[in-house]
Write a protein that binds this ligand. Sequence first.
Ligand SMILES: O=C(O)CCC(=O)C(=O)O
Length: 239
Amino acid sequence: MFNNDENTQNLNVIVELFGSDSEDELERHQKAKNQNIYLSNIQKNISGLNIYKNFLDTKSLNNINFHINNQNWFDPVNNINQKVYFGDIPQFLYENLIDELILRNVFKNNLHISDRFPLFDHLISNFYAPGEGLTHHIDLPHKFQDGIVICSIKGTCEMEFRLKNEQEYLQVIGVFLEPGDVVCLTGEARWKWEHGIRNKTYDKDFGGNMIKRTERISINLRKLKDEGLIGPPTTEEDS
Ligand SMILES: O=C(O)CCC(=O)C(=O)O
């Protein structure tokens, strides 16, 4: 895990060794450092949550967006803002996302997930108009197994994670998400923490800047439980 002082020292050593980096380079280092501290603090607090920043590069994101547009998954004017696949997941998502999740073994600490085949057999892609959110929820425990992936394809938002007991919320933690970010939910993060997105027009990024929301698209990958196969979940039931 990250240690603030150690990081600052490392940064200074790099600059001393290689001479004064350009301002841009220093800024980049500083930004990456802040981002890593931000992420490691969140992950320390939510057991089973793994966030991979910039998991997908621009080429993969463009490819996915191209196919989504080409296949007219969404028609916000007519309220069509969700696409669901059951069983076979489209090939372009293997080529641009799932193969990479497998290659980088994102569930490496959970053999019961990484060893299963297929890794996912259920997909929901969501379209959000600017400012639109998603009710906090835990993905249906009786329908879906452990090991869920949420990938941001387009637009930014703050995803909120909430842990509650019968009476109150014990912890509420926000995570700023950008296109290409992958969130993996296992264990407590999958079974105990709710996740959701508030309706709002601006979100705070990891550097404290307010970022205006635009349209957002996400891809959500899950594996059905055997008993979850009893029929396609309805849209409302599922989220
Ligand atoms: O769209 C997202 O980023 C999350 C979606 C989600 O949690 C769901 O559809 O259950």
